[in-house]
Design a protein around this ligand. Structure first.
Ligand code: ATP
Length: 285
């Protein structure tokens, strides 16, 4: 048997860090949403418990270190199933970019193997297993838009942003999420995003209020490491984005616009200035 799953990227409309926990993680408060840029994960059932993996991108591990491989392995262990899978990843999401590409591949593998192996697990059960792989995996199991708390695994679904276009611009380098959180000093954060105001903006369907409440406390930290992120933000604004923010721990910067023509203009303006640039739709309402 064979199945194919879409693994979409996410962006953070807000990312706030409330405190550092004794276990080393931060307690976060984020509003995350899914965009129409996705990897494709093809899964082929194997009649024995082996797992094989290949990816179209040389930038991700092609072995048991790949998060999709880890997901299939963990699902085997949790359920005791004696079947395997051949995983092929068609990579389109930039790697180490703050777009949760690896987490989304892991989530898609959990969803796909659940079907392939007829396990009958609920999305809640898959999200619980996914949380052992990474903090963003539970969000990627459900997709759409959610408020994420704890280290990102406690989710409350919320209405998606009003329909718009998203320009994603990834600088040449990648960023290690661990490095960025390692440099974050919660006590020194000067501006926290107003998560409540972002939630209200979504609930009232106000594009303008979504724009005015974008915020990410990791942005100054990543800009300190890679000033190029700030330059890309400036360029996006110059070319006409309504709102601009770095996603996750970065370095990808996204810009929101209403019209496709404006999104295309920003993409053309940024070409040559950054490694990868895309105009995609926000997935949702
Ligand atoms: P997040 O926003 O969740 O922190 P990210 O978008 O910043 O994630 P990823 O693209 O998920 O970063 O990659 C993070 C690291 O995980 C990279 O160093 C990469 O080598 C490794 N990795 C393992 N499996 C995958 C995968 N399937 N896709 C992408 N990266 C993977």
């Amino acid at each position: 048997m064979y199945t194919s799953e879409k693994a979409p990227a996410k962006i953070n409309l807000t990312l706030d860090a409330l405190r550092k926990r004794p276990d080393g993680y931060h307690d976060l408060e984020m509003v995350m949403t899914t965009v129409d840029l996705a990897d494709r994960i093809d899964l082929m059932d194997l009649p024995y418990s082996g797992i094989t993996l290949e990816s179209t991108s040389g930038l991700v591990p092609q072995d048991e270190r790949n998060l999709a491989y880890l997901a299939a392995k963990l699902l085997q262990q949790k359920t005791g199933i004696d079947r395997g899978v051949n995983i092929k990843i068609y990579k389109h999401i930039p790697v180490a970019a703050g777009l949760a590409g690896g987490s989304s591949d892991a989530a898609a593998t959990l969803r796909g193997c659940n079907r392939l192996w007829n396990l009958g697990l609920s999305l809640e059960e898959l999200a619980e297993i996914g949380a052992e792989i990474g903090s963003d995996v539970p969000f990627c199991i459900y997709g759409d838009t959610a408020i994420a708390e704890g280290r990102g695994e406690i989710l409350t679904p919320i209405i998606s942003p009003p329909s718009c276009w998203v320009v994603l611009a990834k600088p040449t380098h990648g960023v290690s999420t661990g490095d960025v959180f390692g440099k974050l000093q919660v006590g020194e954060i000067t501006t926290h995003p107003d998560t409540r105001a972002m939630i209200d903006a979504l609930q009232t369907g106000s594009y303008e209020n979504v724009i005015s409440n974008l915020g990410n406390v990791l942005e100054p930290v990543t800009i300190g490491l890679y000033p190029e992120v700030y330059k890309i933000k400036q360029k996006m604004e110059q070319f006409g984005a309504d709102g601009v923010l770095m996603s996750g721990s970065g370095p990808t910067v996204f810009g929101l616009v209403r019209k496709e023509s404006r999104a295309k203009r920003i993409v053309n303006g940024l070409r040559g200035f950054c490694d990868q640039v895309f105009a995609v739709r926000m997935l949702g309402v």
